[in-house]
Design a protein around this ligand. Structure first.
Ligand code: ADP
Ligand code: MG
Length: 296
């Protein structure tokens, strides 16, 4: 990070904070809609230098145990990056740090080349355009597929108020587009509780997509899916590459192979740091990796 970049970042942050302080007043929504609009102004993340996410020497201790130990990692704008590693390697903790759920003891995390995520709350980080998919799907089981997406699009939890108001044309188009992407177009009216496990996972991914996140974090997204669902999920993620940056944590090597197609980079985490990085075939042939992970 060069000093002029840092300075530009500080200026942006100050402008952002100023705007934020002025928000929430004189708006019917009490600021909720305003927060969504913030994604589109010039105080958001800066991807002009090609960086989507940048972690530097991030350390997290739990009672003296280092779940992350000086972790450094960089993901390009529009890249689809797979993260693998044995249980306890720190993969979920890394996502917790990026999303503001856990505060690191040391290190820095940047979204784009200038936006310092450690200065922001979990809610602000989501509003800045980082969407996270947890392992377990959390959809509104009693609502339809369409209603679930509609709620996510409005970013508002007042279910009845949202469902009574109308979508505009652009919003309708976006929901349609997402329904197609997640393979649930013909299930739009179906009660979400009746979907298969894989379909619920897709719906939850769709609920993130309608908010158009710049960066998507996906923690073991195909756990419990059938082979066919897994394959479709790989296709879905590949179709998102470029428009979004994606970080996918995954155990299923077959899925990682489908995602990387012999040309995308894989990062191997072990004991809270990067053990290896490269093409899947390269890291699978790396002795250290075989020892700690693949050879088990
Ligand atoms: P992974 O997702 O790669 O399996 P995690 O990030 O969940 O690994 O965990 C990394 C290590 O940190 C593990 O040893 C885990 O037991 C520990 N850990 C994670 N969260 C906590 C916590 N809240 N308190 C104490 N230890 C934790
Ligand atoms: Mg985990």
């Amino acid at each position: 990070m060069t000093p002029d970049l840092m300075e530009a970042g500080a200026r942006r942050l100050a402008a952002y904070q100023q705007r934020q302080a002025g928000m929430g007043r004189n708006t019917e929504s009490g600021g909720r809609q305003a927060a969504y609009g913030r994604l589109r102004d010039d105080t958001g993340p800066d991807f002009a230098h090609g960086v989507a996410l940048y972690l530097e020497d991030v350390t997290v201790s739990f009672d003296g145990f280092k779940a992350l130990n000086a972790l450094s990692l960089s993901v390009d704008h529009g890249e689809l990056r797979c993260i693998i590693g044995p249980n306890g390697a720190g993969k979920t903790t890394m996502m917790d740090c990026i999303t503001g759920k856990t505060r690191p003891d040391a290190g820095r995390i940047f979204f784009g080349s200038t936006l310092d995520l450690l200065r922001h709350t979990e809610t602000e980080i989501a509003q800045l355009g980082i969407g996270r998919k947890f392992q377990k799907p959390t959809v509104y089981e009693a609502l339809s597929v369409f209603e679930n997406l509609e709620l996510a699009l409005r970013g508002d939890r007042r279910v009845r108020a949202v469902l009574r108001s109308r979508l505009d044309g652009a919003q309708r188009d976006r929901l349609d587009e997402v329904l197609t992407l997640i393979h649930l177009k013909d299930q739009a009216g179906r009660t979400a509780g009746l979907l298969s496990h894989g379909q619920k996972q897709w719906l939850e991914i769709g609920m993130l997509l309608v908010q158009d996140p710049k960066l998507l974090l996906l923690d073991e997204p195909v756990a419990g899916m059938t082979d066919e669902e897994t394959e479709r999920t790989a296709e879905l993620f590949l179709s998102l590459e470029g428009r979004h940056s994606l970080v996918v944590v995954e155990h299923d090597m077959h899925f990682v192979d489908q995602l990387t197609q012999g040309r995308r980079k894989v990062t191997v985490l072990h004991e809270g740091g990067v053990l290896a990085e490269g093409l899947l075939a390269e890291v699978q042939g790396n002795e250290k990796v075989v020892e700690v992970y693949l050879g088990r």
